[in-house]
Structure formats: C-alpha cells, structure tokens
Ligand binder design. Structure first.
Ligand SMILES: [Fe+2]
Length: 308
C-alpha cells in the first residue's frame, strides 16, 4: 500500500549544518521505488537518457510529488540550497545507488556529460596512495573549497555527491560554505577585481579530459543574488595583484566560521546549489587500508524549474 505523501518522508535540519535539509525516507516507499525500477539496468541508464527521467518519475510515484517538489524548491531557495538524503542500509549495490541518485538528479534537473568518466556520472576512489594529477584523489591534504564546473563552458547549476563505499576512513569529511555565511563576502565582492574576467582551464590536466578555456568573473548575479565561481587549481591570474586577490579569497573561505564539516554515511547523497555553495574536503588520517568511493553528478535545472 502506498503511503500518503506526507508519511513517505520526513524533513529536518542537518545536525551538522543547519542550512542543509536532511530528508529521511520511509522504508516502505523506498521499497516501492526499487520495485518500480527493478527492470532498469545501469547500462540502460548510461545509454538511454529517457530512462533517467523514467526513474525520476518512479521516485515521484513511489514517494509522492510533494517530495520532488520540495527537492526542487530547496535547491532554489537561497536560504538553504542544499539537502542530504539517504537509503540507510536498505540497499548496498552500485546499480541501486545509481538508480536512486539518478532519480534524485532528474527530479531537479538534467545531469551534464562528465568528461572525466565519459558518462553522465563519475565514480572516483580515494586511497592511501593514488597517482593523480589533481587534489581530488589525494587523501592526505585538504581539497580546497571551490565550486564545480568553473573551467567548463556549460552551466553547472547543481552538484550531487553520493558515498558508495568506505573502509578505514577517519577524517576526510566534506566541508561546505554557503556564501551568506562567509563573513568576508562583501569585502571581496566590492573589490575592483570582483568583476575581472579570470582565465579558467584544466586543459593542462590529463585526467580532466577537457580543453575548454573560460574567461569569467569570480562574482556574478543570478536571480538578483550574489553568486560565485571559484576553483584555485584551474584559475590563472596574470598579475601579482590578481594572484593576491585569489589567494586571499581562498584563505578567507578556508578559515570562515561558516565552513562546516558534514559527515555523509554510505548510501547517502548531498545535493547543493553550485551558484552559492562552496564545497571541499578535509584531509584523511593516514591509514594504508583507506578506501572511499564517491559518485558525482553535476547538471542543470529543468527549464521549467521553480524560480524563487
Ligand atoms: Fe568539486
């Protein structure tokens, strides 16, 4: 029996970050969802874009239109712009995780093609030792706060990260900063370089598999609200003054009291509005057996999405 929409999920503030909503799903409704999509395979999801919409429809029908409406509204709401949602221990396999994350992603928008993986999602591991040319997979250093897609010509409205596996991991939590919680935001927005079009590219990093070169400002307005694009590793200043401006921003967001660590259990995912949230990662405590696997999806909002 399908539960009413109100009974199928519960919304609270995330215990570690009050701006983020935490959504708990009723196990019976989750069970209904997986029954509805039992015949969908990962290969179909990868190869056939309309199947991704189909799993989002199954989520809406199993958990209620109120849930998907609330997910969209939350991402567009400047006051929050983020949520966590999880499957607890209901399922543990990759196919189920892909179905669920795709259903959530396609409830709010459309996932962009991921150049790193060649699919609409990417899975990456963090291990004790990893031969990587970016900080994404380097376990024992911070991954600095940034927004996604800075170096790409396409728009990145939102990002989704889901934890798939984790063993012997201490530390390494996600770190999030909402631009409204950043004490120095006004100071850097008013700086003469706030509208300077910096050069962003990852063409020099083979693993990124992308040759776009983008020129754009750090700050911009969307829906009349100040937004931000920032990624220390792909930005190329041309003067010492520009370099200092970027370095000071990076230092300021890292030490901001608004930057908070959020623990994401296996089977849970976080979705953030990429226009006004920065994200990063703490370093891990050294352990030779360390293993973490994450999935990411990044995308755009539906064209008819609710605008606040
Ligand atoms: Fe990122």
């Amino acid at each position: 029996m399908k539960l009413s929409q109100i009974e199928s999920f519960k919304v609270t503030s995330h215990p570690q970050h009050s701006r983020i909503k935490h959504i708990e799903l009723c196990p019976d409704s989750v069970h209904n969802f997986f029954e509805e999509v039992a015949n969908v395979s990962s290969q179909q999801l990868e190869n056939v874009a309309f199947i991704r919409f189909h799993v989002a429809k199954a989520l809406r029908e199993s958990l209620g239109a109120e849930l998907t409406q609330m997910l969209k509204q939350t991402l567009h709401d400047r006051a929050t712009g983020g949520f966590t949602i999880g499957l607890s221990d209901y399922v543990q396999d990759f196919d189920s995780f892909l179905k669920f994350s795709t259903a959530v992603a396609y409830s709010v928008g459309i996932s962009n093609f991921d150049d790193m993986s060649g699919e609409y999602y990417a899975v990456f591991d963090v291990k004790h030792s990893f031969d990587s040319d970016t900080n994404l997979r380097k376990a024992y250093r911070n991954l600095e706060l940034h927004t996604d897609g800075v170096f790409m010509n396409e728009v990145t409205d939102w990002l989704l990260m889901m934890k798939l596996k984790e063993q012997h991991a201490e530390g390494g939590e996600s770190r999030f900063l909402h631009i409204e919680d950043w004490e120095d935001a006004g100071k850097f927005q008013k700086h003469p370089l706030a509208s300077h079009k910096f050069k962003y590219t990852y063409a020099h990093r083979k693993s990124k598999n992308i040759t776009d070169v983008v020129y754009d400002s750090v700050f911009y307005k969307k829906d009349n609200q100040i937004c931000m694009r920032f990624n220390d590793q792909c930005t190329f200043p041309e003067t010492e003054e520009q370099a200092e401006y970027l370095r000071e921003i990076s230092e300021s967001v890292e030490k901001s009291s608004g930057t908070k660590s959020v623990k994401l259990p296996v089977g849970h995912l976080v979705v953030l509005n990429n226009h006004f949230w920065l994200h990063g990662r703490e370093s891990f405590k050294e352990n030779e057996k360390l293993f973490r696997q994450l999935m990411r999806q990044r995308g755009v909002f539906h064209k008819n999405a609710i605008k606040k």
